[in-house]
Design a protein around this ligand. Structure first.
Ligand code: FES
Length: 234
């Protein structure tokens, strides 16, 4: 049974998501609903990352998305355990976090392959062969489109516009934008990752100038986020 199945019983609501939103609005809920960090075993690195993001905003809830993203990076998906750990650090209810996580497409709510490949198949990319590219990734990774490979290495998704249309057809490979891609590139990417290569280093000549990858996690000495435009800028 899911940790949050009790939400189904919220009066007046037969819809779980509606129940979550209803519950999520009660951010200032009794502290008994907020788990203790000791009880849910928050890893020190995750705690430090979340606390850092909270320190950047006057309202700690503004750090919800980077906090959930950090938990996903650690656990591979936004599991019930990940939700509880983030809730304990942020001092918000698990229901609030789940209502946010269920809204955003890039947060995975079930176990998926470790390396996430999102191939844009929106208009600009589609006109430049994105469907062939996504099929090539499927063949190279062994993952069905919008599924995961049986060996748990890859998660492959067909995505809406990722905002890098000038490099169409493109893909986000563990958050690193690459394009324009050919069908041959798909095998190169899969082989590189299977061999233990760093996804940030794949196809270096096809980096998007705004490769957002890990840069958002890097902070200047003043504690300000970097602009994310360092790598790949001509
Ligand atoms: S249509 Fe593919 S990035 Fe915009």
């Amino acid at each position: 049974m899911s940790k949050f199945d009790h939400l189904r019983g919220v009066p007046g609501s037969r819809n779980r998501l509606a129940a979550q939103v209803w519950e999520g609005a009660r951010v200032g809920a009794p502290s008994a609903e907020i788990p203790e960090a000791d009880e849910v075993g928050v890893p020190a690195e995750l705690r430090a990352t979340i606390e850092h993001h909270m320190s950047l905003y006057p309202d700690r809830r503004s750090a919800v998305l980077p906090a959930l993203r950090a938990a996903q990076e650690l656990h591979g998906w936004v599991s019930d355990k990940a939700i509880l750990q983030v809730a304990a650090v942020m001092q918000v209810t698990p229901a609030y976090l789940e209502s946010v996580a269920s809204f955003y497409d890039m947060l995975e709510l079930e176990p998926v392959g470790r390396h996430r490949i999102y191939v844009c198949t929106n208009l600009s990319c589609q006109l430049r062969g994105a469907h062939d590219v996504v099929e090539a990734f499927s063949a190279a990774t062994g993952s069905p489109v919008d599924g995961s490979s049986p060996d748990g290495v890859f998660r492959l998704r067909s995505f809406e516009c990722l905002g890098a249309c000038d490099t169409a057809p493109m893909a986000s490979i563990d958050g690193h934008y690459r394009g324009p891609l050919t069908t041959e590139d798909a095998k190169h990417v899969a082989d590189h990752i299977r061999a233990g290569g760093d996804p940030a280093e794949v196809l270096p000549d096809k980096r998007f100038v705004g490769d957002y990858g890990p840069h958002l996690e890097q902070q200047s000495s003043e504690g300000e986020p970097t602009d994310g435009f360092g790598e790949g800028t001509a």
